[in-house]
Design a protein around this ligand. Sequence first.
Ligand code: SF4
Ligand code: ZN
Length: 360
Amino acid sequence: MPIKCNTGCQRNAVLKRPKTGDALCKECFFWAFEEEVHHTITTAKLFTPGNYVAIAASGGKDSTVLAHIMKLLNDRYNYGLKLVLLSVDEGITGYRDDSLETVKRNEQQYGIPLKIVSYEELYGWTMDRIVQETGRKSNCTFCGVFRRQALDRGATILKVDKIVTGHNADDIAETVLMNILRGDIARLQRCTAIVTSSEGSIPRSKPFKYTYEKEIVMYAYFKKLDYFSTECIYSPNAYRGHARAFLKDLEKIRATSIIDIIHSGECFSVREGVKLPTQATCSRCGHISSQSVCKACVLLEGLNKGKPRLGIGKSSKFREHIGEDTDGPHGGGLALNPQTSSNAPDRTAVPHTNIEKLTF
Ligand code: SF4
Ligand code: ZN
């Protein structure tokens, strides 16, 4: 006997919702998924009519589903948004060049224009060359810091009001765990925020904050969305990998673990007297930074001087170093455009997620 959809719609169930355990038919799953994202968007008041919104698009499952959902909800509920896809080309041959082809198809499929900014044009380096220079250990640090700034710079070029990213509930729960394990109190406070913004920067939001990764994969699968599912050829981030594996183990035992960890992260507060970094402006490129010289400038300076390791880890030494032999703001041969940015919150140095094989 086929199981009937739990909503009482009389159709046969074809899946079990990872988040709730409900047996649902395809149509009711689509509806529940879409309505939950709509609820997140409206409850957190992520947009106002007339907003010009950049969707950070990598061609992966999260951002492809995000582009699909943003268009669908914008049409269904008359959000009144003007949408644009914004992609960052890190310069990774055999990975990003292929995934960008997916984004270009998405541009046609959804009728949303696409803007691509590249590390090469912004920094004069591709990730392929950075890996040649630095090896395979710290590549995600360079890549994460540069991507964060590149997205801001692309958004500034486009003059958008807001950026949305495809970070899902699993990503946020992992980040909470990692920040606890590292004792990174400043990031722990910020990483669960649905909107991150600081003065002078374009607000970023996460409409999938409460959306499970497994459900995003299911949605993309049943909707037959066109996305790219190969993992980055330089993806090694062992630390996040352990946090991810731990979270998946917890999820197997109790599905609500993901949301529970996010709620715990939201409730953390810092006791009085603990000094938190303050946001200021990078003295070299003008982007937002908690240090006098932002992380992107520090890393870039190391690369350009043939000393890439100096920008990794305890960068205070390097900051002293560049303080001695550079000529102040915008000096030292840097070609950064002083627009907006930040190397602040969540998910620098984060490798992209791999696609999980699902069994139904
Ligand atoms: Fe960049 Fe992600 Fe590849 Fe790391 S895994 S090098 S962050 S694209
Ligand atoms: Zn800077």
